[in-house]
Design a protein around this ligand. Sequence first.
Ligand code: NAD
Length: 438
Amino acid sequence: MRQEKWALLDAIAARRTKVGVVGLGYVGLPLSMAFGNAGFRVLGLDIDARKVEAIEKGECYFRHLDAASLAWLAGEGRLIASQDFQRAAELDCVVICVPTPLTRQREPDMSFIVETARALAPHVRPGQLFVLESTTWPGTTEEIVRPILESGGLKAGVDFHLAFSPEREDPGVHASTSVPKLVGGLSPDCLELACALYATVVPRVVPLSSTRAAEMAKLLENIFRAVNIALVNELKMLCDRMGLDVWEIIDAAATKGFGFMAFQPGPGLGGHCIPIDPFYLTWKAREFELQTRFIELAGEINTQMPRYVVHRTQEALNARERALRGARVLVLGVAYKKDVDDLRESPALRVIELLMEGGAEVRYHDPHIAQLGQTREHSFDLSSVPLDEAAFEWADVVMILTDHSDVDYGAVVRGAKLIVDTRNATRGLGGTEHVVRA
Ligand SMILES: NC(=O)c1ccc[n+]([C@@H]2O[C@H](COP(=O)([O-])OP(=O)(O)OC[C@H]3O[C@@H](n4cnc5c(N)ncnc54)[C@H](O)[C@@H]3O)[C@@H](O)[C@H]2O)c1
């Protein structure tokens, strides 16, 4: 084993290693490209035929990634993709980036990790390195992945290597290759190998004492965000009642320069991580007879925000002697955060649903999302309308839910009859008497 470790370390240094990435989504595709650009031959494995075909053709399916770089990697044969897990036997290092959503009962859905480990298990061979990247509860690598990979008889930490290294990228904002990488290994050798692999693509690798520690650190990061966003959302509701502008208060507190980090309130939590990951820990904590009350409370407050901003819209209409029923609402921005085309868990979807349930007629504009159709939990049939005079003329109220950069908020303020701004996108603009911050 020690000899195999040195051989793999040498091979990584010389880029002779063949790297496999399982799951070619938001995390796996950029990571595959990073390994390809670092000089490795990369095989992406995915069950989604469309993604595999796209990569085979050198086509990039994420707008925020460098399409020319992907086309080049595919053209050179440096990045290939397949649905055939038998090919896992060719790989020296395998990085797993499959989804970790919640079930309908809001419990961790481990099925993707389990299926992946089962598909890889028959092809495990001595000396290979496996790294789980999916965000998950502490203990997953050892309690779920390890026994499945060991089912063929080889032992993790003895015959093959196993590690956990969470993905910390913020798609479109912070690329995975610019953020230090946390790594926890099952054994010191597992840790050393995984660190060596990632050191080829990130500026800094941070070794941790165990896979559990690395799993927990990733959850802490996301729980920290969820709790702090809930805090400012709660204070926003109080500030509204007290006649204070929460954004002014946050900006003021941030001038301290230390001991305070500014978080921004909004219409609720969105994205694939922050609304979901904290509940992985809540679930695991029960095994230890502990209730993660901060997480639960943050979840409660954040989930209530879409209802709150709809209520504020209703109040704003009411003040103009209009009911929500029959009102025409133009929703501005439906992506879960600014400048992305990602709808996952977007609070805008719940807001639109609540508006419709209340009898409002809804249209939307989002420069990044042309259609709103069927999602896992919602069923819409809407297309983005142009943000022009006719749209403003049509709308009784414009609700700003996502503050995309390429929207002219001055024109919105000038054109709209009434605005409910949940992102403070109209900050600093003149003539905002008809803007209600919510
Ligand atoms: N998206 C992010 O910004 C982000 C950031 C940090 C961490 N994460 C975590 O990374 C993990 C992956 O997230 P993502 O956003 O890339 O998900 P994604 O849905 O974009 O991609 C997952 C990919 O895995 C594939 N897949 C599913 N089951 C498979 C299987 N059995 N075998 C092979 N492929 C399979 C899917 O077809 C899909 O292409 C999750 O745990 C997530 O929480 C995501």
